[in-house]
Design a protein around this ligand. Structure first.
Ligand code: NMX
Ligand code: MLT
Length: 442
C-alpha cells in the first residue's frame, strides 16, 4: 500500500504550478475575449469630448484591465473582491490573485511562495551601482536605477532575441515578473540602508515571506510583530489600482512596445515618483510635520484651517486629499485608519492625521473646482510608518513601489498573455479642434 506521505508528494508534483495555471487561464481567457469582440466589437464604451482631451483623458474608457477595478463610489476591488475581505492576506496570496483571478489553495500557495523565494538573489553589481550614486539621490531614483540596471537579466529580452511565438511571450515575461517581485524587497531595503546610512546591507532570508523579509532587511529596531503586520497590510493595500493611473498606464504603454519588464516597470515607477501620484505619501507626512512644528504640537481645528489656506495660497495642493477617480474616502485610507486606531491610538502624528480628516474635506468642499475633497491612501500611510521608526519620509514612495510592482507586473504578464497589441492612440492638433469649432458654427 502507498504511504500517505508518498501520495501527498505525488499530488504536489502533479499540482499545477503558476505556469501551468496561467496556460489554462490564457486558453480560456483568449477564447472568451475573441467571442466577446465578435459579439460586442461595435458597441460604444465611451465618447470623447474636447473637454476630456484637454483634461487628462479623465473617464475615457479605452483600456482593458482585469486585475482590479476602481468604481468611483466604492474604491479598489481586486479581481471582484473587496479590500475588507483581502486585508488579512499576504502579498504572495494577493499576487497570485492578481495574476490568475483566484486565491491560491494551500498547496498552490506553498508552491507559488517557493517559486518566489528561490529567485531572491540580487546580482552584486546592483549594490555597486547603488553605492556609486550621489549621496543626495532621491530613494526613488535609486530604486528605478537599480531595476533598470538589471535589464540585462531579462529572460524575455533573451528569448525574444532568439525568436519566440507571440502566444508564448507571456512565459518569459512571467519569469521576469517573478524575478523582479522576488528581488524588490532586498533592493528597496538596500536603498533605505545605503541612502540613510543605516549600516551594511542585510542579506535576504530565503525562509521568510515577502513582507517578513522586507522588515528583516530594513533592520529597523521596533515592535517587529506589529511592524510586520503593518508592512503586510501596506503591501496589500498599494498593490494595484486598475489600469488608468499614471504608473500603470506608463508601464503598459512601454510594455506594449515589447520592451521587457525592467524597462517598463522602471518607466512606470518614474511616474509613481511624481507628487500628484505616489510621492504624495512623502509630501503628506512632510506637510503634517510642518503643521505640528509650526503650532508646536497637535494643531487645533482653527490652526489647521489657517495652514490649509496658506498652502493653497502658495499654489500647492493638499497632498493626500482628492483623487482623479474616487468620489469617496479611499477604502485603503479606512483600512489604515482601523490599524492606527487599534495599534497607535495615542500617537501625536496619527492624532493629527485623524484631526485633519475631520477638517480638510470641509475646507476643500469650499473650493468649487475640487471634485473630490476626501482623503486617499497617502493621507495616512506615513503616520503609521513614522510610528514604527521609519521616519525618513523621502523613502515612503519606495514602499509604495515595492507593493505596486505586484499589480504592474501582473498587468504586464496578462497583456502579453492576451496578446494585446502595441498601444498607440491618436492625437489631434489644436488647429483640428479649432476647425471643428468653426465647422459647427456654420
Ligand atoms: N488640494 C488642492 N487643490 C486640489 C486638490 C487638493 N488636494 N485636489 C484637486 N485640486 C485642484 C486641482 O489641482 C485642479 O486645479 P486646477 O484646475 O487649477 O488645475 C482642480 O482642483 C480640479 O481637480 P480634480 O478634478 O478634483 O482632480 P484631478 O483629477 O485633476 O487630480 C489629484 C487628482 C489626485 C492629482 C488631485 O486631487 C491632487 O493633486 N491631490 C493631491 C495630491 C495627491 O494626494 N495625490 C495622490 C493621489 C493618490 N495616489 O496615491 O497616487
Ligand atoms: C493609485 O493608487 O494608483 C492612485 O490612487 C492613483 C490613481 O488611481 O489614479
Amino acid at each position: 500500500m502507498l504511504s500517505h506521505n508518498f501520495l501527498k508528494t505525488l499530488a504536489k508534483k502533479r499540482m499545477k504550478n503558476i505556469f501551468d495555471k496561467l496556460t489554462e487561464k490564457f486558453n480560456s481567457w483568449r477564447k472568451e475575449t475573441s467571442e466577446l469582440i465578435g459579439l460586442a466589437g461595435d458597441k460604444v464604451l465611451s465618447q470623447v469630448t474636447v473637454n476630456q482631451v484637454y483634461s487628462g483623458m479623465r473617464d475615457i474608457r479605452s483600456l482593458i484591465c482585469d486585475t482590479s477595478r476602481v468604481p468611483k463610489e466604492e474604491g479598489l476591488i481586486i479581481r471582484g473582491r473587496y479590500l475588507k475581505d483581502l486585508k488579512d492576506k499576504t502579498p504572495e496570496e494577493i499576487y497570485y490573485l492578481l495574476l490568475t483571478g483566484d486565491l491560491p489553495t494551500a498547496d498552490e500557495l506553498e508552491n507559488f511562495s517557493a517559486e518566489i523565494r528561490k529567485r531572491k538573489n540580487v546580482p552584486g553589481y546592483v549594490w555597486d551601482i547603488l553605492r556609486a550614486m550621489p549621496k543626495d539621490s532621491h530613494p526613488m531614483t535609486m530604486l528605478d536605477t537599480a531595476i533598470l540596471s538589471m535589464q540585462r537579466e531579462s529572460v524575455f529580452a533573451k528569448e525574444y532575441d532568439k525568436g519566440l511565438k507571440k502566444e508564448d511571450y507571456w512565459k518569459p515575461t512571467l519569469e521576469d515578473a517573478l524575478n523582479i517581485v522576488a528581488r524588490i524587497p532586498a533592493v528597496a531595503a538596500a536603498v533605505y540602508r545605503l541612502r540613510f546610512d543605516k549600516g551594511e546591507i542585510i542579506e535576504p532570508d530565503n525562509e521568510m515571506d515577502n513582507a517578513g523579509d522586507y522588515v528583516h532587511m530594513l533592520g529597523i529596531e521596533t515592535n517587529k510583530k506589529e511592524f510586520y503586520n503593518l508592512m503586510k497590510l501596506y503591501l496589500v493595500l498599494h498593490c494595484d489600482h486598475e489600469g488608468g493611473n499614471v504608473s500603470a498606464l506608463a508601464t503598459q504603454v512601454i510594455n506594449s512596445a515589447l520592451s521587457d519588464l525592467y524597462y517598463s516597470l522602471s518607466g512606470g515607477f518614474n511616474g509613481l515618483a511624481g507628487p500628484l501620484h505616489g510621492l504624495a505619501n512623502q509630501e503628506t507626512l512632510k506637510w503634517v510635520l510642518d503643521l505640528i512644528n509650526k503650532f508646536k504640537g497637535t494643531p487645533s481645528t482653527e490652526q489647521i484651517r489657517i495652514f490649509i489656506k496658506e498652502t493653497i495660497d502658495t499654489g500647492k495642493v493638499i497632498s493626500g486629499y482628492g483623487h482623479a477617480v474616487l468620489r469617496i474616502t479611499d477604502p485603503r485610507f479606512d483600512a489604515f485608519m482601523e490599524f492606527g486606531k487599534k495599534h497607535l491610538p495615542d500617537d501625536p502624528i496619527f492624532l493629527t492625521v485623524v484631526r485633519l480628516f475631520e477638517v480638510v474635506p470641509e475646507e476643500l468642499k469650499k473650493i468649487e473646482k475640487i471634485r473630490n475633497p476626501y482623503p486617499n491612501v497617502d493621507a495616512i500611510s506615513g503616520s503609521l510608518l513614522f510610528h514604527y521608526g521609519l521616519k525618513e519620509f523621502s523613502y515612503y514612495t519606495v514602499l509604495f513601489a515595492a507593493s505596486r510592482s505586484l499589480g504592474l507586473t501582473a498587468q504586464a504578464v496578462i497583456n502579453r498573455g492576451m496578446m494585446f497589441p502595441l498601444i498607440r492612440p491618436k492625437s489631434v492638433t489644436s488647429e483640428y479642434v479649432k476647425r471643428l469649432v468653426n465647422s459647427s458654427k456654420n
